[in-house]
Structures are given as C-alpha cells and as structure tokens.
Design a binder for this molecule. Structure first.
Ligand SMILES: NC(=O)C1=CN([C@@H]2O[C@H](COP(=O)(O)OP(=O)(O)OC[C@H]3O[C@@H](n4cnc5c(N)ncnc54)[C@H](O)[C@@H]3O)[C@@H](O)[C@H]2O)[C@H](O)CC1
Ligand SMILES: [K+]
Length: 508
C-alpha cells in the first residue's frame, strides 16, 4: 500500500474530482459520511459532542460531521476558528449548511476571544482543527487550545490527523502542541508520520476510512514510501522442485558468536536452517564448538583458530550467502577479519549487530562495502553507523535512505515497523510483528532468515522483504499462542515453519 505525502494527497483529491468526476464539496460530504458512521458505530447519541473546526478542509469535514451527528440526535456544540477571517471554500459551504441545519443548537464562530467549553469525562471531542494541510507547528491560541483539550478527561477523536502533527516530518515540531487523540480516523491512507513510534501517543487507536479516492489516481502516483502487503510477496516466492537435492538449495555461512555469546550463533544458524537453505556452515571460535555441535547438529562447523573470538576470514568461494555479526564481539582483530571477509566474498552478505558496530568504529570502510550489501541495524546501531544522533525517526529514516542510495545497500532499520531502505531510494515498511519481539536474540533470528533466503536463491530485495515479513509473522503467531510478554527469540524460530506454511499455503 502506497503512503502519500501531503502534497500527493492534494493531487489525488484533484485527480478524483476531475476524473470521477465529483465536486470537491461532495467528496467532503462522502468523507464526512464515513467519519460520522465510524463515530456513531462507537458512541451512542446520548454522548455529548464538542466539535472544534479549523479554517481549512479539515475544519470543513468537522462541520459536516457536526451537522450529520446533530441530524442523528446527538447534542453537539460546535466551535469554528476563523481567526484570520479566511476559510477554505468547502469550509465556508459547510458553515452555511451547519447554520441552516435546525438540529444544530450551539454554534460559535471564534474570531478573536474564545471562552473554552467545559470538557468532562464521557464527552466526545471531535478534533477537526488541522489535517494534512498543516504547514508549521501550532502556536498562540491554537497551541493553548490543544493543551486545554489534552489536559481534559474527555475522549478525543481526530479527523484524518491529530491536529498539530505533520503528515511527514515532525523533526522541528513542538510536541506539546499536538493533540493526543484516543482514536484517529484517517482518510484513505496512513500518513508517513504514523509509522514512527514517538508519534503513537498522539494517534491513539488508528482506523483508516475509505473515502473512495480514485484508484487509477493512486495507481499512477509514484511514491517513495509504501507498506508491504502480503499479496506482493506471492509472485516472489520460490518453489522447491520435487527432485531438488541439498546442493540446489544453497549453502549459507554464518559467522557469529564470540565466547559467552554462542547463543547468538545458535539462533542465527537455526533460523537460517529453517529458511529453506540446503546447508549451513557456522564459523565460530574454538570454545563454542561443543555447544554448537550439540545445539545445532544439522550445521557444519568451521572453527576459528582463536579460542574466544573471530580472528580470520574464511574462504568464501563455496558459499551462496554470508551472514556476519551476531554476538561477534568487537575485538580489533575481529574487525580486521570482518573487512577482509567482506573484501574476499563474492556472494551476497548480511551484516548485523557487532558486525555493524565494528564498521561504525571504522567508518571509512563503509565506502568499501560491495553493492547490494544488506545491513540490519536497530536505531542505536544505525546512529553509530551514521556517526550521528537523530532527534526523531523521520530524520533517522531520511539518513538511512540517503546511506542506502550512496552505498547501493539494503538497510533494514529495525523497529515496530521495520523499514527497508533500498538502493533505488524506495522505503518499504513491514506490517507484521509485535512488541513481544522486542527481546534479546530477535535480531539474530532475522539475520539467519535473510541469510538463508539469500543462499536459497532469493535476490537481495526479495530476501529482505520476505525475511522481514516472515520474521514478524512468526512473532505474531508465537504471540497468539504464548502471549506477547513471554515470546523469546527461540520461539520465532519454532513458529517460523507456521509462518512459511501460511505463505506457501496461499500461493501453492
Ligand atoms: N483526500 C483526502 O484525504 C481528503 C481530505 N479532506 C480533508 O482535508 C484536509 C486537508 O485540508 P486543507 O485545507 O488542505 O488543510 P487543513 O485543513 O489541514 O489546514 C489548512 C489551513 O490551515 C492553515 N494552517 C496551516 N498550518 C497552520 C498553523 N500552524 N497555524 C495556523 N494555521 C495554519 C492553512 O493556511 C490553511 O488555511 C484533510 O486533512 C482532510 O481532513 C477532504 O475533506 C476530503 C478529501
Ligand atoms: K485533525
């Protein structure tokens, strides 16, 4: 599903108005009907409603919703903020319709002085101050109103976007002046800023309402951002031939685990084996040998000459993919072995965890990474890699997008919605996964899965998309059966077969 910017939403509106064709005011009426239905489905007409409408089309939506609620016998008080004396055309029309509607008993147009109504628990506030047209942080009277609403105990429903929140970049926004909604009914598509964890407290529960914007228009608009849909994966899935043998299914190399961190190597290797690959070799320090042999009997061992850390690059000629980094430690000699390994390897590479941390300590090496390399940092690892502190997720994502383009790399920024930044500048958010996956070792499993998929024959982009999706899906299935609190990384491996079965079951 595409994620449109504010400017693109306006283009899409225009396209729909021209091509459906539909008048702009009728499109607003359609949006208001969908919003009214969503509100009346949840709150009965004994709920007292206070509507705050701004001067633009978000305010127009709010005025139309107020009229429709009043017609359905809700008691509605409406405040329209017309401070600058300039309303959008459709907002003006809806002000007219509202004042002509006999069911509306309380309507105040605020021109300068504003005496705020009492907001109490059990009341519903409809926030229609600003939506996708917000162009600067809220200040002055609007900021005071937002604070007043936020400190009240009323339930707040935001139309399209919590007022004060930008649809994309909130790096320089004033967070105290953004509505904290209990529920956001967004129109047609999720906005980019909804994917960032620090904005969840403003959005509350998110619902997307279809307002019938032109499907052709949406198809023809190209976007940098999208959310992965399961159906996009179906055509990418590789099938196992009936006569395949392990030699056809790829040979993966996992370089992981220093002494004391054998678990990371075990998790990555097991996950790799469960991802359809024919054979997995693990390179790990001498002291991990016994525990690896016992824990993952299916793996072939390639023991480093050192007892406790990775010290020597492996001959990579026979491998179809390499995953390097989980629990690897950050010894300087491991860093030298890492860059040597990268230089010597022709096959696709996934770098994670300490692999990334060591690159961060030698940032000049980033220029030497082969095109198509996959890196899977969590936010802190990415900050070290970029050598920068970011004030919010948007800034971090913009930086990762830039790095992916510059290095021709695939960067998966891990998080609630992991984001794959591709070398062509596109960013895909993964919709699967849950808070239960915020647990040690979860990233090692992702590295194993993606390495396995690469060795199995998937191209980098497909391995990343399928890997992120399966990893999250496995976490969702695990959480369904175990509860989010108790999911551990091994569960992600144990439930991986069910995630595969789900996808393959649909495709075959
Ligand atoms: N396709 C759709 O999704 C549809 C959305 N609709 C609704 O329209 C709004 C967007 O409307 P727009 O008029 O473009 O913008 P806003 O109402 O958000 O506000 C614009 C208005 O506000 C002024 N302004 C901007 N920032 C500030 C600020 N910081 N302080 C004060 N004033 C500010 C600006 O100058 C304008 O006057 C969308 O969210 C939906 O709710 C349509 O109804 C149907 C199609
Ligand atoms: K709003």
């Amino acid at each position: 599903m595409k994620i449109f910017t504010g400017a693109q939403i306006r283009e899409l509106d225009k396209y729909t108005i021209e091509h459906e064709p539909i008048k702009s005011i009728d499109l607003m009426e359609r949006a208001a009907r969908a919003l009214t239905r969503a509100i009346t489905d949840r709150w009965g007409n004994c709920t007292k409603v206070v509507v705050f409408a701004g001067p633009g089309n978000n305010g127009g939506d709010a005025l139309a919703v107020a009229r429709m609620l009043a017609e359905r016998k809700y008691s509605v008080s409406v405040y329209l903020f017309n401070i600058s004396g300039k309303l959008s055309d459709d907002c003006t029309t809806n002000r007219q319709r509202l004042t002509e509607c006999k069911a509306v008993k309380e309507f105040t147009e605020v021109i300068n002085e504003f005496d705020p109504p009492k907001l109490e628990s059990g009341m519903l506030v409809v926030d229609g101050l600003f939506g996708s047209g917000l162009n600067k942080p809220l200040a002055g009277g609007f900021a005071s109103l937002v604070k007043y609403i936020n400190q009240s105990s009323a339930t707040v429903v935001s139309i399209d976007v919590p007022s004060g929140l930008m649809t994309e970049d909130n790096t320089y926004n004033v967070r105290a002046n953004i509505i904290k909604a209990n529920v956001t009914f967004t129109l047609q598509n999720k906005k980019l800023s909804f994917f960032f964890p620090e904005n969840q407290k403003f959005i509350g529960e998110l619902n997307v309402l279809d307002i019938g914007l032109s499907k052709d228009g949406m198809k023809s608009l190209s976007t940098h951002y999208s959310v992965l849909e399961e159906s996009e994966l179906y055509p990418r899935i590789l099938h196992r031939g009936d006569y395949s043998h392990k030699g056809d299914m790829g040979h993966a190399l996992i370089i992981a685990g220093s002494y004391g961190m054998a678990g990371a190597a075990i998790l990555a290797t097991k996950a790799c084996l469960r991802s359809g690959v024919g054979k997995v070799t693990v390179c790990t320090p001498r002291r991990n040998n016994d525990i690896m042999q016992v824990s993952v009997p299916e793996a072939v061992m390639c023991i480093d000459k050192e007892e406790t850390y990775f010290s020597e690059a492996v001959d990579a000629t026979d491998f179809d993919a390499i995953g390097i980094g989980p629990g690897l430690g950050q010894q300087e000699s491991s860093a030298i072995a890492l860059i040597t390994q990268i230089r010597r390897t022709q096959a696709p590479i996934v770098i994670d965890a300490d692999g990334l941390n060591m690159l961060s300590s030698h940032r000049a090496w980033l220029q030497q990474l082969p095109h198509g390399i996959i890196m899977t940092p969590h936010p802190k690892e990415y900050e070290r890699l970029a050598g920068n502190h970011f004030s919010d997720s948007y800034e971090r994502l913009a930086s990762a997008m830039d790095m992916a383009e510059r290095l021709h790399a695939f960067i998966i920024l891990k998080g609630h919605y992991s984001a794959l930044c591709m070398p062509d500048g596109n960013i895909v958010f993964n919709p699967t996964g849950n808070a239960g996956m915020a647990t040690a070792g979860s990233g090692d499993v992702l590295t194993g899965i993606i390495t396995g998929l690469l060795a199995r024959g998937y191209k980098q982009a497909d391995a990343c998309l399928l890997g992120m999706y399966l990893h999250g899906l496995s976490g969702d299935i695990a959480a369904q059966s175990l509860g989010v609190e108790s999911v551990v990384a091994s569960d992600l491996i144990n439930y991986l077969p069910q995630a595969f079965k789900h996808l393959y079951g649909i495709v075959s």
